[in-house]
Design a protein around this ligand. Structure first.
Ligand code: ATP
Ligand code: LTN
Length: 341
């Protein structure tokens, strides 16, 4: 008898962030803020620190350990509540890597070479690490091993979510119902925050210019400096038009997500005023939004409680992941046979 998908009552949410550097406002508005807002009676939320994804590029082991703690503390200080959500470190639940191998055997090199993130990260290199190539399959395993229904991410992850759905559907069609086919969950606004110095690129951890991004831990002075320097245009009118005014529109997007004001309201408030006033106000709004997160972070980051939360998270996550892995293994004929006949 084959094991069928066990129905879970609530809408199950899964997402992860890499501990690969200091988070920026794009990560906060595109991903982390959604993590927090999704915690409700209807949802069962599982949030992961995806350390195995981080080693697709070389990492210093001590620094990676520090960043795992930083990111865990940041989840909590941004509002992910360990009483409501599972918070854990990917490598502490081996089922991810095990399922990833099974999925790798049901994936094609053609579809993996089409991933734009792989193309851009391997561009110009004679040979790219195989981990960078297989990374989307590990991401698929992260999601499928929890029977997740929804995955909140920024729109830069759409292609990876589609691949996850393709792999799950393929296996369901050839091996019988094995996986829940998940959906991506994207915020309409804020889903893509652009670099302050070049609004044609997304705000990124790895960009060289530190004023291209606002770090979640940046102080008021740095925030003000980065925003005041942000690229705009010569029209000096606060108007939302991403095509012809990408710089100002990106700043308005940040303003609107944080204040919940519409673009029309923001345009009215700043009619007849220059970019200076608008930018000064925006810097204040951003500092105000980040400052409570920063103070909570400093309280939690070095507390023993943080380790307890993560250990507890590993246990709870494993309890969901291991049976799903077993189900997949069974479909492929893996594992110790039950009888000798
Ligand atoms: P890198 O800068 O190295 O490409 P990253 O900043 O994209 O990394 P990730 O760990 O890959 O960081 O992303 C974590 C989450 O933040 C993902 O859900 C991603 O979609 C989201 N995200 C990243 N950058 C942005 C952005 N500029 N705007 C909105 N969401 C973003
Ligand atoms: N690939 C994602 C991080 C990531 C993720 C996941 C997100 C790894 N596994 C599972 C959602 C669900 C990124 O680079 N932002």
């Amino acid at each position: 008898m084959s094991v069928s998908i066990e129905k879970h009552e609530k809408n199950r949410i899964f997402s992860g962030i890499q501990p690969s550097g200091e988070l920026h406002l794009g990560n906060y508005l595109g991903a982390l803020k959604q993590f927090v807002d999704l915690q409700s009676e209807e949802n069962e939320c599982i949030y992961c620190i995806v350390d195995e994804h981080a080693i697709t590029v070389p990492q210093d082991p001590k620094l990676l350990q520090k960043r795992i703690l930083d990111l865990s503390a940041l989840y909590i200080s941004a509002g992910v509540d360990p009483k409501k959500s599972i918070i854990f470190v990917q490598s502490t639940v081996p089922a991810h890597a095990e399922l990833s191998w099974i999925l790798t055997c049901s994936s094609y090199t053609g579809e993996l070479s089409r991933m734009t993130q792989f193309k851009s990260k391997s561009q110009g290199k004679e040979s790219a690490p195989a981990g960078l190539f297989c990374y989307p399959v590990l991401m698929a395993a992260d999601i499928l091993v929890y029977d997740a229904d929804e995955v909140p991410v920024g729109t830069d992850q759409t292609q990876h979510i589609e691949l996850t759905r393709d792999i799950a559907t393929r296996i369901n069609n050839t091996r019988g119902e094995t996986f829940v086919v998940p959906k991506g969950r994207y915020l309409k606004e804020g889903a893509r925050i652009m670099a302050l110095d070049d609004p044609s690129k997304k705000m990124s951890k790895s960009a060289e210019n530190i004023h291209s991004r606002i770090g979640i831990m940046d102080d008021e002075k740095k925030i003000r400096k980065s925003i005041m320097r942000a690229t705009t245009d010569s029209e000096a009118v606060v108007r939302f038009d991403p095509e012809t005014k990408p710089g100002v529109s990106n700043l308005m997007n940040i303003y609107s997500v944080l204040t919940k004001e519409s673009m029309a309201d923001i345009e009215t408030t700043y009619r007849g005023k220059g970019y200076g006033d608008f930018k000064k106000d925006l810097a204040g709004i951003v500092s105000e939004a980040l400052s409570p997160i920063q103070s909570r972070f400093n309280e939690i980051r070095h507390s023993e409680e943080l380790l307890t939360i993560l250990k507890d998270g590993t246990e709870k996550a494993s309890a969901i992941a291991v049976p799903v892995l077993r189900r997949a293994q069974e479909r492929f004929g893996l594992g110790l046979p039950k009888r000798v006949d």
